[in-house]
Design a protein around this ligand. Structure first.
Ligand code: URA
Length: 238
């Protein structure tokens, strides 16, 4: 197989989330009893020395899915790269698309207030800039619709790499889309919120998306989200 074809195949496997492929080395005929069962790994598709810079470079001027068509900016992520806590949302809205920074619109202002007010009430010196914030998809879905399965699948590989590099002590999953992407479940947030789950080995706290809290007439949801953050912050920072 020529090098270019091999390179394209590996890029394709990486795009669909396959992290390692193995090539069986052709064996010279040997006596059955001595036949070694050799599998030689090709270089891992998840780079061993991965970094946020590398992930951003790999995203490049991404056109892997239809979301690139309407975007102004790729919204990669923001915050402290040494953080113990990562918040994952759904995808950029209009303000985020224009500024290239996640959670800067109304929902973002509420998220910032939730983080900083909860921390202050709990006596923790935590600011928004101390955590890392990113989304499942990095380009704004048209009319703020929910990302579709293939868009989440494609962009999800970059989220997985971001989380693998950041290695936080915990992840906060904001709303249904993030929860589906991280935990592969269709269970509603109302049932899952306030409980611990795991993404790979990292504990995940599920809570409501701030956009839902902006819409909800139900004050209980706000109170519950505050409770979820308290539990999360004490786990991460005590
Ligand atoms: N909603 C999200 O899920 N992410 C953002 O960045 C902004 C709003």
């Amino acid at each position: 197989m020529n090098q270019e074809l091999l390179r394209q195949m590996l890029a394709y496997y990486r795009d669909i989330g396959v992290e390692d492929v193995y090539r069986r080395v052709p064996q010279a005929p040997v006596a059955a009893a001595q036949k070694p069962d050799l599998e030689v790994p090709l270089p891992p598709l998840l780079p061993a020395d991965d970094s946020l810079e590398q992930i951003r470079a790999d995203i490049g001027d991404c056109k892997r899915c239809r979301l690139h068509e309407g975007r102004h900016n790729i919204v990669f992520g923001v915050g402290n790269e040494q953080t113990k806590l990562v918040f994952v949302g759904e995808g950029p809205g209009e303000d985020e698309d224009l500024q290239g920074i996640p959670f800067v619109g109304r929902a973002g202002q509420l998220l910032t207030a939730m983080i900083e007010n909860t921390a202050q009430k709990e006596g923790l010196p935590l600011k928004r800039a101390d955590v890392y914030i990113c989304n499942v998809v990095k380009c704004r879905p048209p009319k703020n619709r929910a990302p579709e399965a293939d868009e989440m699948e494609i962009c999800g590989q970059f989220l997985a790499r971001q989380l693998s590099v950041l290695k936080p002590k915990a992840i906060c999953s904001l709303g249904g889309t993030a929860t589906k992407a991280l935990l592969g479940t269709k269970e509603g947030v109302t049932k899952m919120r306030g409980k611990w789950f795991k993404w790979r080995d990292i504990p995940v706290m599920v809570t409501y998306h701030p956009s839902y809290l902006l819409r909800a007439y139900n004050q209980d949801a706000k109170r519950e989200a505050w409770e979820d953050l308290k539990t999360l912050f004490h786990f991460v920072y005590d």
